[in-house]
Design a protein around this ligand. Sequence first.
Ligand code: ARG
Length: 611
Amino acid sequence: MLPHQQIESALQAAVRAVLPDADAAAVLVRPCDPKFGDYQSNALMALAKARKLNPRQLATDVLARLDLAAVCEKVEIAGAGFLNFRLSSCLLTQTLAAAARGEHLFFDQAAQPKTVVIDFSSPNVAKPMHVGHIRSTGIGDALQRTLRLLGHRVISDNHIGDWGTQFGYILVVWKDFQKNAPAALQRHLESDPIGTMGAFYKYGRVAGQINDYEDLEGSDWVQSTPEVQDQLARAELVKLQAGDPENTAIWKEMIRLSQVQFEAIYARLGVKFDFALGESFYNPWLGEVVADLLTRGIARESEGAVGVFSDGSVPPKEDVFLVNRDGEWIPDPALVRKSDGGFNYMATDLATLDYRLKTWKPDEIVYVVDDRQAGHFKKLFLTFARWQPDAAKQVKLVHVGFGKIMGDDGKPFKTRSGDTVKLGDLLAEAEERAFKIVSEKSSELPEAQRKEIARVIGLGAVKYADLLPNRQSDYIFSWDKMLALLGNTAPYLQYAYARIKSIFRKAEAQSAIRNPQSAIALAAPEELALAKHLLNFGLTLEAVAEELRPNYLCNYLFELAVHFSRFFENCPVLKADDAPTRASRLALCDLTARVLKQGLDTLGIEVVEQM
Ligand code: ARG
């Protein structure tokens, strides 16, 4: 067991002895400000508060039962009831030596592995993936990687938007083309399938705005009034919903074309899913779900539609099924069926939730979706709890929300001409910009190698810049900031890694390669600080998994690189005074490189050996 786990389990045992009814498993330790110790727990204060106990007295009682003589030099009560732990230096050295021998990398498999479904990325068919999709895709992927690394069972599911009213509009225009200009349709679909479908959808919504697809002029569709267009689109949608073979075939082709785009982007980003069960997968169950909600009195009809309304169980202010209009609380139901018989997004999500629980029996379902849908997920979770109270108690449902990407003008990030930024274009630009920088700095490297370095740095920069801020905050997209070699950026971390690798290249040239059996000796304060920070890797991963916040790992890695450069400036490695010191310092270098690489990989970011 790693030191932080030994402390945690001893602490949990002591808490159990003092408070037999407490949920001791929730008592955790976290890294701590080095002024006070190496680890800290604030759990006793909450336990005391819930029981109206004096927190410092509780801490004293727990401390009396705590046997950590072999692990800690000192355990102290601080402030209102914190416990601070100072690790024994002997255990610190032993832990590093074991890591140097390859026995662990400062983290362990979870004692109680969970099954977690992660719903992320989830783009919509017939639309281009845009810059905003980096958020759900990157955060979701970092979470799935973290949970898997810690030994949890993860089921990642891309809930693709492959059903909805947009298909009615696209179908009308598509079929109109097929009838009047089949060759042009072919040409457009071959050169730019997503753009074509997007344009078709737009024509449906914004009648008469035709510029790039002139072949459409003169077609029946274009000459109709918006009202007629709406009716035509509805009729095509109804036919699709009824399983009309022609519309179904076109719809399937739209999905296929979109999938080509999605897959190219996922391959580029290195993101994998276990499943991609789109919304349409759940169509067969939607009728049953709504009927069941009606029979159980969870939903009711209103003006022909079906919705779930407030049950009055909480004050109006906290009730997501109510909304305040001019000082008056009026219903804001979760609609599941429209008055025309079509089903809502909510109905699909209820069916999806039911399917996931029955199929995978998860302990947790995590939805990585932007914060504008926070209300939707609140309603979804509450409706599910009313619909299937027992099942709802077995699972933790979490909406992992996130904010927007802004331009430096403080408005949502757009291209210069005001269009949404396509994700593919953005990734290409990242690689181009990185290529310029790499070519300036390392002009001696062959072009193919510079291209590969630029790919790793460019993609890493974009991903990291997105993972670094607290996910709920909006952040400003800045190429200069994210590509900077100094500061809290991916290139800085990738550079720290490459720098360590170059130390080893030199060491090898001097045949001074580390002997992994050699003892670790920590003397200089910079060595100690680096060593202790290495030990916090596992705790950090656990915190990411617990709170679903990859930014903790970003900050940990940045601090690691900072500790490393302080160490490297103050403690000669290859020129160390004696062989044991050199070996010990090389071991610290190697462990730092391994943690940097593993940590970046967990964020979905690659490294290069040289840059
Ligand atoms: N396709 C949806 C959108 O782009 C996101 C789906 C999120 N997942 C879910 N289960 N609702 O808004």
